[in-house]
Design a binder for this molecule. Sequence first.
Ligand code: ZN
Length: 323
Amino acid sequence: MTRVSMAAVSLLLLTAACTKSSSSPTSPTSGSSSSPSSWTLAGEVVATSGSAVGGAAVSFAGQQASTDAAGRFMIQHQSASSGQLLLSHPSLLDRRIWLRGGTSRTDLTLDPIALVAPFDLAFYRQMVRNAFEGTGQEPVRRWTVAPKFYVRTTEDSGTAIDSDTLARVRDGLIEGVAHYSPLDPPHIEMGAEDRPESNGWIIVRLHRRWQSGDPCGQATVGGNQGWISLYMDNCRCPGERSRMAVGTVMHEVGHSMGFWHVSERPHILSVPYACGRVATEKERFHTRIAYRRPVGNTDPDNDPSTAFASTAEAAPVVVSCHP
Ligand SMILES: [Zn+2]
């Protein structure tokens, strides 16, 4: 893809993410008077808390502005260079997006992350950036389409798996997608035969425990394709009739939807595995923020410069989950 066409794709994505209805930018604090060759960047800043942010600094290609009390800003340019727009304010996580130069935009909506509760930056970095067990530098790996699941209903030996267990797996897939994404409920198919991984699908396989020390589950992280392995009997909790707990299935779905382990209990994604974990509003809240960002968004909150194709095109990243 040429540099020009990549920029065009990037702009297209940005337009899809940020376009709002028509607006009338006001209160520019810098910029030059209008001329036939000038172009304008304007819009508003509404933080993830839902509040407009006044007094935020906006910079692009050497031009500076700040938002008015309603969160609105405007910058005018003569140069047509493309580049990063930086938004900063003490109450916000720095936000960077890429813009194509030379084309006026008066409908930008910037949604920086407000550094106020219930947002927890350390928790967000664990869930989204793998800061607990990894480098903390992972890009956003969320799905861009509702996933479909195929559940193999037999063990590796070909033995059929009981209906109670399969019912709990189905529950966990549905509840997991609802908890870890804003996407539509998943389409689920089941069958005795194995299937290869394919775009848009997560292949779920259940295995019989064969030795102590095996994980509760394994999963690929992010999409738009992947697989989940569930190790039956390994991580059951008292009173469970099913050979797989719903919470364990939800945990693996959390990975599949693009998230990593957290250290704090009782969240579903906490490790090591233990009974009593629950789907928390804290997980759900931070999940929703990541799903407002494009795939490839990096720490602290930088959108990629080009259309970041599905992470499925790269080698899958696999996480193992042990008791
Ligand atoms: Zn895990």
